[in-house]
Design a protein around this ligand. Sequence first.
Ligand SMILES: C[S@@+](CC[C@H](N)C(=O)[O-])C[C@H]1O[C@@H](n2cnc3c(N)ncnc32)[C@H](O)[C@@H]1O
Length: 206
Amino acid sequence: MPLNWFKDVGKIYDKGQPYVTFAKTEVGRESIEKGLKSLVSGEKLGVAVEVGPGVNPFLNKVEADRKVFVDVSKTLLDKLRVGRQFDFFSKTFFVQGKVQSVKGLPESLPVKKSDLIIMNEVLSHVHPDAREGVLRDLAGKSNKILITDMFEDRGLGVNPEQISDVLTREGFSVKQSKHMVRVRAKSKSGGLESEVLNYFIIQAKK
Ligand SMILES: C[S@@+](CC[C@H](N)C(=O)[O-])C[C@H]1O[C@@H](n2cnc3c(N)ncnc32)[C@H](O)[C@@H]1O
C-alpha cells in the first residue's frame, strides 16, 4: 500500500530525504537565501526556529543566540546534528516533533516566542484541514516567518493565498514570489524526463 503523505510522514523520511526539494536546487537555494536575507536584514536574532529542516537547513544563514530545529524524523534530525557545521555563536537545539500535535492542534512547537520561523516544504505534509491552525500558531510565535512550498497544481501542494490570507489577518505584511524549477526525473519507461515544478516563497513580517 502506498504511504499516506499526511499520516505516514515519519515513515516517508525514515531513511533520509527521498526526493529533491526546492531548497536542494540551485534556484531554490539562492531564492530562499535571498528571501531570508531581506526578511532578517542582517540583524542578530534571539531565538530562531526551523521546522522540518531535513538535510537542507537554512538557520545557518542567520545569526541568533538560540537556534531550534524541529523535525518529525529522528533520522533526519540525527543526520543534521552530525553533519552540521559547528556554530560557536549560538546554542542549538534539536527537537523531534510535529509542527501540529496528533489532534491537529499546533501545540508541539517548543518555543513560546521566537524572532524567526522558517518552514520549507513542510506545510504540504500538514493535512489541509489543519493548515490554518498551524499558521495561526506560527503567527502567534514569531514576528518573522518564511514559508516555501510547492503549488497546489501538483496535487499535493499548498495554496499560497491561504497562507497570505491567514498571516495578513494575523497582522503580518506578506510578500509572495513564484519560482519555476526544471528538474530531471526518471520516467516510467526508465529514461530521464524533464519536468517544470512551481514553488512559492512567502516572507511575512509584523
Ligand atoms: C519535503 S522535506 C523538506 C526538507 C527541507 N526543509 C527542504 O526544503 O529540503 C519535509 C521535512 O519536514 C519534516 N516534516 C514533515 N512533516 C512534518 C511535521 N508535521 N512537523 C515537523 N516536521 C515535519 C520531514 O521529516 C522533512 O524533514
